[in-house]
Ligand binder design. Structure first.
Ligand code: RIB
Ligand code: CA
Length: 313
């Protein structure tokens, strides 16, 4: 049987504990060809996102993947970070050897613009940090909107935030960028906080990872630190759910169509993703986003364990 042509993919991220697990999953799967990783200021300053991306590629044996130079602040405002949530460096208590691998000289947005032109109608983007790089790319290369097949994000929430009552971090950190992306016309999929809260990784699954090879053990330590703080409810790993959805959309047991926009000016609602659910029987408006709403949690956990095991060989 002819081998399926791989789908060209760029991963935009701010590693980041859950970004790290998502990166392991994507570096192990064989449905997408990762053209590059575009780090962005997010959980920690850009320097951490870039260095962590380089180190994670090396740990996974994927030095072949280019890591680009991303945005150090929001498009129209100062950069925001998530403080100590991901530890001092962004990888919790995990310490990895300094990277041998170097950053590419090309800026993230130029790379995105160039790859979209090289893969018109095929390029997909997994964005699991603030959307600054993508927004700059869209502002600099307006033709991008007709070239990128879809953008899958971890971000937002239908009825809640985590940085404020309204703002989920990836959207809240650069709401202007998020609005530019949601309004671009590129089909979106959104893994928001509600489904993230369902897709938790439990202590026994952490133990299975810790019993594995180098990548599995690092994933086990990253997830385990969160699980230990969860009071037995399991570790929330938002970005890993977005990776799982790209690899196997069937991991989501319920999704719905919506028109999603982003509040950028509200004093207490800045960074809120505002979704109008579109019911097919009354489709009075074209949806721009597939919202992931429920997940098969055990399937997610098994995907993480098996994909990390694959990287460990
Ligand atoms: O709100 C969770 C999101 O913000 C995740 O992507 C996490 O890595 C942080 O970037
Ligand atoms: Ca992230």
């Amino acid at each position: 049987m002819a081998e399926l042509k791989k789908i060209p993919l760029i991963i935009d991220c701010d590693p980041g504990v859950d970004d790290a697990v998502a990166l392991f999953m994507m570096m192990a799967q064989d449905r997408y060809e990762i053209l590059g990783i575009t780090p962005v200021n997010g959980n920690k300053p850009l320097e951490n996102s870039e260095k962590n991306s380089l180190m994670l590629c090396e740990l996974a044996g994927r030095e072949d993947i280019p890591v680009l130079h991303g945005a150090h602040k929001a498009v129209f405002a100062e950069g925001r970070t998530a403080g100590a949530i991901h530890g001092a460096t962004g990888l919790g208590g995990v310490v990895l050897p300094d990277p041998r691998k170097q950053l590419e000289k090309e800026y993230a947005w130029d790379f995105i613009g160039r790859k979209a032109k090289e893969h018109p109608g095929e390029l997909e983007i997994l964005a699991i940090g603030p959307l600054t790089n993508l927004a700059i790319a869209l502002l600099k290369y307006p033709e991008l909107a007709g070239q990128v097949k879809r953008i899958v994000i971890m971000g937002g929430g239908i009825s809640t935030g985590n940085m404020t009552a309204s703002g989920e971090f990836n959207i809240w950190a650069d709401a202007d960028a998020a609005r530019i992306v949601f309004r671009s016309g590129i089909p979106m999929a959104m893994i928001g906080l509600e489904v993230c809260n369902e897709g938790r990784i439990m202590a026994d699954e952490v133990a299975a990872l810790k019993a594995g090879g180098p990548v599995s053990r690092v994933a086990g330590q990253l997830i385990g630190e969160r699980e230990e703080r969860s009071g037995g409810k399991g570790a929330v790993l938002c970005d890993a759910l977005a990776a799982a959805y790209m690899i196997d959309p069937g991991v989501m047991t319920e999704v719905f169509d919506a028109v999603v926009d982003v509040e950028t000016g509200g004093f207490i609602t800045e960074g809120r993703t505002v979704a109008k659910r579109i019911y097919r029987e009354f489709a009075d408006e074209k949806a721009n986003t597939v919202v992931c709403w429920h997940i098969d949690r055990p399937k997610l956990a098994e995907m993480i364990i098996q994909l990390c095991k694959k990287l460990d060989g």
